[in-house]
Design a protein. Structure first.
Length: 289
């Protein structure tokens, strides 16, 4: 099985609770009814790409449990190939999410089966025919770094979404075609007062900084370009960054340049925050147009 876009990342069940405010340490706060939906940064990215019509596959791991079956169903329904989605003995990962009335969220992730994804899973046949590999960091870092090395060695375009933020080797950063971060992750790498254009000093050939409602900043050796976002009313921002990553990879695999790809990805992310949930909020190509 070959796919133009290969996502290497997590698959989680999202347990989402609406709250008026987040609890402080030692405090109990009553919330609304829990909503279960498929999530995980890897699965979200793959579903976002699949909804946009990409030829996409997910390399990841789930448990042999109802949550794992929910994720397989959601992925297949979005057109994502699951040939490389392993079923392991550990439970499917779970994300516990609180969402406040302004649409902002706080997330605690229990990785579960995602922790079982190993460098040995990045086999040569997995990369056959792939044009873009997109990765995020809810799976073990050694697996991510091994996948980056193998993909780069084969001339495959590599996009890494540095979320959740973690330290990567200079070799890994230097092998990236696109480093994708939000403002907090950029500050984690550079320090809060640093110019985001210095991200290229870390080694990637290009970087994209997502800026929420303000859009995104595309940084290349030729300079930086502001990409504005459509103005929308946010209902739930869960998974918006993953929607951006999936849309970016889809556009790059279709031959778009980075600015055009980021422009399309910004529109996809903006539309996604107007609906509740992560994967259920992602638009189809027809809706986007």
């Amino acid at each position: 099985m070959c796919a133009a876009v290969l996502v290497v990342g997590s698959a989680n069940a999202d347990l989402v609770v609406p709250v008026d405010r987040r609890p402080s340490g030692g405090e109990t706060v009553l919330g609304g009814d829990t909503v279960l939906s498929p999530g995980g940064k890897g699965a979200n990215t793959a579903v976002a790409a699949g909804r946009l019509g990409a030829d996409v596959a997910l390399l990841g791991a789930v448990g042999d449990d109802p949550y794992g079956r929910l994720l397989r169903q959601s992925l297949s329904g979005a057109g994502v190939a699951t040939d490389h989605l392993r079923t392991v003995e550990r439970p499917t990962g779970i994300a516990y999410i609180t969402v406040t009335p302004d649409g902002e969220n706080s997330i605690l992730v229990s990785p579960g089966a995602n922790s079982a994804l190993t460098p040995a899973d990045i086999t040569d046949d997995v990369l056959d025919g792939v044009q873009v590999v997109v990765l995020s960091l809810e799976v073990p870092l050694p697996t991510v770094e091994h996948a980056v090395r193998k993909a780069a060695a084969r001339g495959i375009r590599v996009v890494l979404n540095l979320s959740p933020a973690a330290k990567l080797s200079a070799e890994t950063l230097g092998a990236l075609d696109v480093l994708l971060v939000n403002e907090h992750e950029a500050a984690y790498l550079l320090g809060s007062a640093a110019d985001p254009r210095k991200l290229l000093d870390l080694g990637p050939r290009a970087a994209v900084v997502t800026l929420g409602a303000k859009g995104a900043l595309v940084i290349t050796p030729d300079g930086s370009t502001d990409v504005p976002s459509p103005q929308v009313t946010a209902v739930d921002t869960t998974g918006a960054g993953d929607a951006f990553a999936g849309a970016l990879a889809t556009a790059l695999a279709a031959g778009a340049d980075l600015v055009a790809a980021a422009t399309r990805a910004t529109r996809v992310a903006a539309l996604s925050v107007t609906r509740p949930g992560a994967q259920p909020s992602y638009p189809s190509a027809a809706e986007l147009e």
